[in-house]
Design a protein around this ligand. Sequence first.
Ligand code: SF4
Length: 236
Amino acid sequence: MTAVQEECTDEELKALAERAGRELEDASAPEILRWAADTFGERFCVTSSMEDAVVAHLASRAMPGVDVVFLDTGYHFPETIGTRDAVEAVMDVRVITLTPRQSVAEQDAEYGPRLHDRDPDLCCALRKVGPLQEGLAGYRAWATGLRRDESPTRAHTPVVGWDEKRRKVKVSPIARWTQDDVDAYVTEHGVLTNPLLMDGYGSVGCAPCTRRLLAGEDARAGRWAGRAKTECGLHG
Ligand code: SF4
């Protein structure tokens, strides 16, 4: 298969994604990423929150030098930035760091301090959704680390689907994986993980909106705890 043609329309891409989602439902993560690399070539990237580098590692094997896009919101834990730097240093990938149009100080000046406490949807829109929309403009397909077992909102994630919001193909090669599968892959391949996962955090996002888990909570319960919000808008 050759890289998807530049003139391929959105409707053709959507049909391609939906067909691939059906055909690759039972495929392994490396097979799904191999398909994405063969189909989209350099117009394919991986996004990573630097919670772990599992999908980046898988993708680097399917497509050495693959672009790994990281959103630096300005609110990350130092451990997350350190994980990003380590991934860039040791893996065969090209890390691309996206930043919001405004620094945190500029945002505070315009919207007031701690917008994340008062209007987290707006804060995520300014610091995540908008920058990713712009950062993905040059790609026709992107890969995520979404898993069906992470939360009810992710339970129906296709391994390949159509991202209507961005009008791109969205690839979730580990959608069918469990946390045990992730842990086994990390151990087998010595994959980098965010140190906070060893310090009580089940999922790692921006520092003001992430807390350690309490006993019995699911992995994403520490994100926007105490609020109805469960997603940042990147995957909605
Ligand atoms: Fe803002 Fe919190 Fe969203 Fe980060 S997760 S962009 S700090 S609201």
